[in-house]
Design a protein around this ligand. Structure first.
Ligand SMILES: Cc1cc2nc3c(=O)[nH]c(=O)nc-3n(C[C@H](O)[C@H](O)[C@H](O)COP(=O)(O)O)c2cc1C
Length: 315
């Protein structure tokens, strides 16, 4: 799964739903990770968590991400996810958001390596669950846990480890420290995937050239730009600097709306579509007027016209 330097859509809560994963896959994302799903929610039968977990056949192998803090609950949730059709389970050990950290999940596990290890041990217990972990480089600058977590993940048979090399304290400020990640690779005995600040094909290719790196994840750089996966592959495989023409962009944006409408119904789909449309329109002539207009539209048919007008203005 991680042998061919995959380009991966990073997990993003509230964004990487089935429609978005499908869209990015259609542009060449080799893998995609689901939004984080509460382990507790799954175990206690929460309906929303079950909906988030639903697989999509165009997104295989299906890599579902769980968050939680209790080893046995995470193991039970992982089992539920496998039964529901997930192929691989990622455990979120990097989310720095207060709401998550307060519960002992996400990046809180970087401060509690024993608990993180207990989670890995529980997942590796027979019958072993196919799993990966995703971390940040540490809680703060005083405490880097990259080497420790790489070692624990290898010991407990994780299939890969993804690192976003910022500390939890940094949230999204500063820059991802790719040098720190690169320096840890020679000692790693499991595939390591890098995530952070890959926003264009040139940066992606530089990251893929880091010796020993098994793959890269792209998150924010895909927003309004899901075709970035094809841009990277064209440059990587053919040396061609490709960008979609206005027609393909317009068709992609409309397709995204269609997928959202199918998934959630027109009303909710429209709400979710708006935030993506703000990203899609960024930098286009007429974007400001378009974004204003978005709030007055109440149907997909009206939106289609607005999107058509936007691209009319852009040519
Ligand atoms: C809106 C948003 C939501 C995110 N949600 C998750 C999540 O659910 N699970 C996770 O492991 N990381 C999450 N991340 C972190 C990303 O997966 C990624 O590691 C990080 O954004 C750095 O990559 P980027 O610079 O390509 O965005 C999220 C990031 C953003 C911006």
């Amino acid at each position: 799964m991680f042998t061919k330097n995959p380009l991966i859509l990073a997990p993003m809560a509230g964004l990487c739903d089935r429609p978005y994963r499908r869209l990015c896959r259609s542009f060449g994302a080799d893998l995609a990770v689901s939004e984080m799903i509460s382990a507790k929610g799954l175990v206690y039968g929460d309906r929303k968590s079950r909906i988030l977990l639903a697989p999509d056949e165009s997104d295989r192998p299906y890599w579902a991400q769980l968050f939680g803090s209790e080893p046995e609950i995470i193991r039970d949730a992982a089992q539920i996810a496998l039964e529901a059709g997930a192929d691989l389970i990622d455990i979120n050990m990097g989310c720095p958001v207060k709401k998550v950290v307060r519960t002992g999940a996400g990046a809180a596990l970087l401060r509690e390596p024993e608990r993180a290890e207990a989670i890995m041990r529980a997942l590796n217990r027979a019958p072993a669950i196919p799993y990966t972990i995703k971390i940040r480089s540490g809680w703060n600058n005083q405490q880097t846990v990259l080497d420790l977590f790489i070692e624990m993940a290898a010991t407990h048979n994780a299939q890969a480890l993804t690192c976003h090399p910022r500390t939890a304290a940094m949230m999204f400020s500063g820059r991802a420290d790719w040098q720190q990640l690169a320096a840890a690779l020679p000692r790693a005995t499991l595939p390591i995937i890098g995530s952070g600040d890959i926003n264009d094909p040139q940066t992606a290719i530089k990251a893929l050239a880091i010796p020993g790196l098994a793959g890269i994840m792209l998150g924010r750089g895909t927003l309004g730009h899901p075709w970035i996966f094809r841009e990277i592959k064209k440059l990587l495989q053919e040396g061609v600097e490709w960008t979609p023409d206005s027609e393909l962009k317009r068709a992609t944006i409309l397709k995204h709306g269609e997928l959202l409408s199918e998934e959630y119904g027109e009303k909710t789909g429209l709400l979710l579509y708006r935030k993506h449309l703000a990203w899609y329109s960024k930098g286009l002539a007429g974007a400001a007027a378009f974004r204003k207009r978005l709030f007055t539209l109440t149907s997909f048919a009206e939106l289609e016209n607005a999107i058509g007008d936007l691209f009319q203005e852009d040519v």
